[in-house]
Design a protein around this ligand. Sequence first.
Ligand SMILES: [Zn+2]
Length: 262
Amino acid sequence: MFSFLKDRRRAALRAEPLTPDERATIDKNVPYASRLDDADRKELEGLVKIFLAEKSFEGCGGLEITEEIQVTIAALACVLLLHRETDIYPGVDAILVYPSAYRAPSARAEGGVVIEGEQARLGESWTRGVVVLAWDHVKSGAAQPADGQNVVLHEFAHQLDGEDGAMDGAPDLGARARYTSWAHVLGAEFSELSAKLHAGRGSDIDSYGATSPAEFFAVVTEMFFEKPRALKRRHPELYEELATFYKQDPAERSSSLAARRP
Ligand SMILES: [Zn+2]
């Protein structure tokens, strides 16, 4: 209902440019955004404007929310939305940010929650409206954009996964036929990861991905954006599935960038 009002409000938000400070924060903390071409960067900034206007941020554990916190989280979350028809995380109303890895009361662990880590939590995605993040981990993820770990990409991948009603490792893929290929490829990779860990062997995919299909999807999303060339080389089918879903080709982007370097 009233979606035309929402569309109009969003169009106005998109038309308004980010401030130079907001742009500088994105360049500093979201290197992926600096590699986008002009059209994609413009699309990303429009999504960020809407995200900032529609989501509330709440500092927890004494943390004061700053523009850097808001813009960094918004830009990383919106990287996952480029090129897609999106209602911009309609299930997320609020982002709670703690200064560092935090301990949540156990009551919070009930129902509809994906909780990361055992005691000290880096982030959580609640199916009802809330994402919880630890700012020090957001910042360290931003400082190391090629280590395959980024808690914001991870938590918002859970949100995309949950948009079809279930956080089960299969987001809304559109055409029915896509599910067969997704289940085949991600299922095989998930089983292979679990088998490797069982056998005491390491894997280039973070072992946390073996926790469940939902965690697998979140973990390979981090790798897709942060180690795209390695993922494509070692897991080409998995890379293809993710490239089709995310409508982006970060391996191509990072290799063309490498080619341009003297
Ligand atoms: Zn997770």
